[in-house]
Design a protein around this ligand. Structure first.
Ligand SMILES: Cc1cc2nc3c(=O)[nH]c(=O)nc-3n(C[C@H](O)[C@H](O)[C@H](O)COP(=O)(O)OP(=O)(O)OC[C@H]3O[C@@H](n4cnc5c(N)ncnc54)[C@H](O)[C@@H]3O)c2cc1C
Length: 455
């Protein structure tokens, strides 16, 4: 069903639709050498380069990016920069109860590290620390949020009135308020600011330089090559140059809408004076936030997987899904009937079976990687970059001692079982959401095995 509010929405990424986008750096031409070569110019690659120059200033670092830096997930996400390194407290606590305190501490330090970097390099990315509301939209959410409030330090449970006083939706039954754990950022501007900082520190960046081949210390593109002492792979959801890693993540599309700017009367009708990031407590959840110019970004709900782990820009536009997201928006905020969407897009995330990043090395320790952030990599990629450097330069740190860093997730099964299992899981998650949170036998089995599918 078509939605009138979407009729004029441009099929473009709001964050990338920005006059301050940098002019691309030249493609790699001919052979060269480097101390450290990084494949991929999203946050993982950019943080790896920046942290490498901060930690080991003498290194000669080069980034090879297939498209332009920040053009993939890093430039098109919701901009929730979360302190959690584990895709949320609950996931971290369930998997690594004995080290959750360290994980939370390292996550908070990581978030401060991001804030310091933004201040140090003067990155204009509207960095804000308004915290986050996880809203209950079904009765069973309230008991789930209440148990989280008991176990997790620093968060408060809000009843219906208190939740609606923060943000006024007739669908809210209450909320969990986390004042500290989440910052909001303009994602593409953060990526471009990190890119600038890298260039200032002497990192060489080649855009439109897809690496087609990895052979020992040699990386080859269509027009050049880099022989590097050490290599970092920062290619996220895209097919890994290390073939064996391809079983450990699946590319999942997440779709997003952005509205026109709200008038002050429209904004007053929903409240939102504290401008928190918001997500609902469902398995298939929506996330939303305000932009600098008072638009609402609205995304999530239907993580889409395509058979064979296919990635294709055509998957970024899905009329039926964008329309469904739009309908859900007006169910949440009926006061905003008449508001129009201006942008609609999608992007690909690298889901792992444990929902958070994993790390490793190959080629005798001269190559390292971090991937599998699932839908929560804006903050965690800086931590991932530091782990990559710890591993490449054999540093024994608080990070490398973590089980979370040393352990690998289970791989996804091959096709056609992979697609069938993902579709069954998604169906079961939806069923649980509409059946008072009751998890069916399939989800309970996955829970027991520590496996799952999220975004
Ligand atoms: C729609 C959407 C919403 C999201 N919302 C949030 C959110 O609100 N909060 C949050 O924390 N996370 C969110 N995420 C996830 C977050 O954006 C990612 O976890 C994070 O950006 C990952 O960064 P990355 O550098 O690892 O990957 P990417 O940004 O995907 O970068 C990987 C880069 O590698 C390049 N590349 C791939 N293969 C090659 C090759 N062979 N040669 C050269 N280059 C190559 C690609 O072109 C790409 O630029 C969202 C993701 C999406 C798609």
């Amino acid at each position: 069903m078509k939605l009138a509010a979407l009729a004029d929405a441009e099929p473009r990424v709001f964050w990338l639709d920005d006059k301050s986008a940098p002019v691309p750096e030249s493609a790699l031409l001919g052979p060269t050498t480097a101390d450290l070569a990084i494949v991929g110019g999203g946050y993982t690659g950019l943080w790896t380069a920046l942290r490498a120059k901060e930690r080991y200033p003498h290194l000669d670092v080069v980034i090879l990016e297939a498209d332009t830096c920040g053009s993939a997930a890093s430039g098109r996400n919701g901009g929730f920069c979360d302190a959690s390194l584990t895709h949320g407290f609950a996931n971290g606590q369930a998997r690594w109860p004995s080290e959750i305190a360290s994980l939370e501490r390292l996550g908070a330090e990581n978030l401060s590290g991001i804030a310091d970097t933004i201040a140090r390099y003067g990155i204009d990315c509207d960095w804000q620390r308004p915290g986050e509301l996880t809203v209950a939209t079904a009765p069973h959410h309230m008991s789930e949020l209440a148990s989280e409030a008991e176990e997790r330090p620093g968060v408060t449970l809000l009843d219906q009135d208190a939740a609606r006083a923060e943000l006024n939706s007739p669908t809210y039954l209450g909320a969990l308020h986390d004042p500290q754990g989440t910052a909001l950022v303009e994602p593409a501007r953060l990526a471009w600011g990190l890119r600038d900082a890298c260039l200032q520190l002497g990192v060489r960046i080649h855009e439109h330089s897809r690496v087609n081949r990895l052979h020992g210390h040699l990386l080859s593109t269509a027009t050049g090559s880099v022989r590097a002492e050490r290599i970092a792979l920062a290619t996220n959801a895209f097919p890994s140059l290390l073939r064996r890693l391809r079983l450990y993540t699946v590319p999942v599309y997440d779709l997003v809408l952005v509205t026109e700017p709200l008038s002050s009367a429209q904004l007053a009708s929903i409240g939102w004076r504290h401008r928190q990031g918001v997500g609902d407590a469902s398995n298939l959840f929506h996330y939303y936030r305000l932009t600098r110019d008072d638009r609402i970004l609205w995304g999530g709900y239907t993580p889409l997987y395509h058979f064979g782990s296919r990635i294709d820009p055509a998957f970024e536009q899905r009329d039926s899904i964008h329309a469904m997201l739009g309908r859900h928006f007006f169910t949440t905020f009926p006061q905003l009937e008449g508001l129009r969407f201006t942008h609609r897009w999608g992007g690909v995330i690298d889901t792992s079976t444990r929902f958070c990043a994993f790390f490793g090395t190959a080629h005798g320790g001269n190559l390292a990687y971090a991937l599998g952030y699932t839908g929560l990599g804006v903050g965690a990629t800086r931590f991932g970059a530091d782990v990559i450097l710890d591993l490449l330069y054999a540093e024994d740190t608080d990070r490398t001692r973590l089980r979370m860093v040393r352990e690998r997730p289970l791989p996804f099964p091959p096709e056609p079982i992979r697609a069938a299992a993902i579709h069954l899981t998604r169906w079961s998650m939806h069923r649980a959401d509409t059946h008072a949170g009751k998890r069916n036998l399939w989800l309970r089995t996955l829970d027991k095995l520590g496996l799952g599918f999220d975004f």
